[in-house]
Design a protein. Structure first.
Ligand code: NAD
Length: 492
């Protein structure tokens, strides 16, 4: 079987209780290829009846799934991993056409998703709790982790092939049922993932897909039949999702937006740091929660670093993600492109020096695409809007500082705490940043601080609401609750 990769595609469907069906709400949204401006599909939003049907099917399926031997529960994930590998190129092609990123970026994202499936296959070991013989006189105590029921995840547009896999494999391998509500901006890839899941042998109701927007999310968050919710998206929405899900008594983890910094010290390998800085700021068109779009640079090497960054930025090719030479693809929508353009204008108005202006970029043959070239600002003051707000476009700001302490101070004054990177040859500087930087992911001589799937994906301050994060062991804790058996056997 091959996946459908050539649009136009028919309207995307929900996958509820093992069956494909159109969402039955009133609203809908066109899916537009961000590079060509062409309509490639459409998504109708789910009604509360659709959500009810998915939750009921999940609850029913959970009753059997929770006591299905764990070894059996992970077999469909092994199948799923193989199907993802076999269809990775087709999935990447779909992703490029609805998201706008490059083929290499799409493949990279899918690889990261697959790694989460692989980690979840180890749940028989990861899910064990603990036991202590003779915990008290004649008493043995054993803790076990139990699944809880139906969980949901609400995911953003920027990694639509990967982020659902931060959650789904762990939820189901631990014995729960799972409902995905993907972004309405690029929902086709979720449909393709579920076309593969359909072939893996999960019982009906264990993995389900409902499309929609705000109302569908709120219905899921308020639903008494759902035990817990994971959210990834912008900070204002993450905050309200966290509050709303908690109000209805759910477990909730809500990952928000970001503003990430790179610190470059005077001992750094500047050529390497410049390459990594541009790739971190511009890859995926800057639409990454791990994009480091502010570089905080020691004044002694500031001028040299600026030259190298500009050289690197000018070498980037902007174009259609399906063209192999493209480094920077299209932004998700014309609205988002205008927002980034407005932020660039604000940077100019507030007095930053526009060293490279990507606003005039033209991509021949794709005049309707949402393109922006790499844009670099020098002399950025940490109080400026472009230094404080998440831009989510290929825009880099450079801040000059006196020393490492001032650099850490700039970083820690941010409202966000998702990630940072440090380029240095000094162990002492690295140690200082490790101890003082208030971020959840820290790269040292690594441009984009993306943890592998067996580690949790951190985030602090306005970048995260909750305690247990996505990926790795945190997911086991999120998707299970522990019961302790305290046992005495008379006559022993
Ligand atoms: P978004 O907040 O607009 O949407 C995310 C999800 O929430 C979507 O499924 C959407 O349908 C739903 N949604 C939107 N508005 C809602 C509302 N008012 N009430 C309830 N649900 C709502 O985010 P986006 O634009 O799709 O994604 C980009 C954002 O996600 C950026 O801020 C980025 O930093 C963040 N992000 C964070 C991480 C992380 O790990 N911290 C990872 C990826 C993306």
């Amino acid at each position: 079987m091959s996946l459908r990769t050539n649009p136009p595609w028919e309207d995307v469907q929900n996958y509820i209780n093992g069956k494909w069906q159109p969402p039955s709400g009133d609203d809908s949204q066109d899916i537009i290829n961000p590079a060509t401006g062409e309509s490639i599909s459409s998504v109708k939003f789910s009604s509360s009846d659709d959500v009810d049907a998915a939750v009921s099917a999940g609850q029913e399926a959970f009753e059997h799934w929770r006591s299905t031997p764990v070894e059996e529960r992970i077999q469909p994930l092994f199948e799923f991993k193989q199907l993802l590998e076999d269809h990775q190129e087709e999935l990447a092609e779909v992703l490029v056409q609805e998201h706008g990123k490059t083929r290499a970026e799409a493949n990279g994202e899918l690889r990261r998703g697959i790694e989460n499936v692989e980690v979840a296959c180890g749940i028989p070991s990861m899910m064990q709790a603990g036991s202590l013989p003779n915990a008290a006189p004649d008493i043995d105590e054993t803790a076990v982790r139990k699944p809880l029921g139906v969980f949901t995840a609400i995911t953003p547009f920027n990694f639509p092939g990967m982020i659902p896999l931060w959650f789904l494999p762990y939820a189901v391998a631990t014995g729960n049922a799972f409902i995905l509500k993907p972004s309405e901006q690029d929902p086709v890839i979720a449909e393709r993932l579920f076309e593969l899941l359909e072939q893996t042998g999960f019982p009906d109701g264990i993995v389900q897909l409902v499309h929609g927007s705000v109302d569908t999310v709120n219905t899921l968050l308020d639903h008494k039949g759902i035990e817990g919710a994971s959210f990834v998206g912008s900070t204002p929405v993450a905050r309200t999702v966290y509050e709303r899900a908690a109000t209805s008594g759910k477990r909730v983890q809500a990952q928000g937006g970001a503003k990430n910094h790179i610190i470059v010290t005077e001992t750094a390998d500047l050529d390497f740091a410049a390459k990594k800085t541009i790739s971190s700021a511009c890859a995926c068109g800057g639409e990454r929660c791990l994009a480091n779009d502010i570089a905080v640079v020691d004044e002694d090497i500031y001028d040299e670093f600026v030259d190298q960054v500009l050289e690197e930025a000018r070498a980037q090719t902007v174009g259609y993600g399906l063209d192999d030479e493209t480094d920077i693809g299209a932004l998700i929508t014309p609205n988002h492109e205008s927002r980034v353009r407005d932020l660039i204008a604000t940077g100019v108005d507030e007095g930053a020096e526009l060293l490279l202006d990507g606003r005039d970029v033209e991509v021949s043959g794709y005049e309707n695409g949402n393109f922006l070239g790499p844009t670099v600002f020098g002399d950025v003051d940490p109080e400026m809007t472009i230094a404080q707000e998440e831009i989510f476009g290929p825009v880099l700001g450079l801040v000059s500082v006196n020393n490492i302490d001032e650099a850490i101070d700039v970083l820690n004054r941010s409202d966000f705490g998702n990630a940072a990177s440090l380029f240095t040859d000094s162990g002492a500087d690295a140690r200082k940043v490790r101890h003082k930087a208030d971020v959840g992911n820290l790269g040292v001589n690594a441009g984009t601080a993306a943890p592998m799937a067996f580690f949790h994906f951190g985030g602090r301050k306005d970048s995260f609401f909750g305690d247990l994060h996505a990926q790795g062991e945190d997911m086991i804790h999120f998707y299970t609750d522990k019961t302790v058996y305290i046992e005495r056997w008379p006559g022993n």
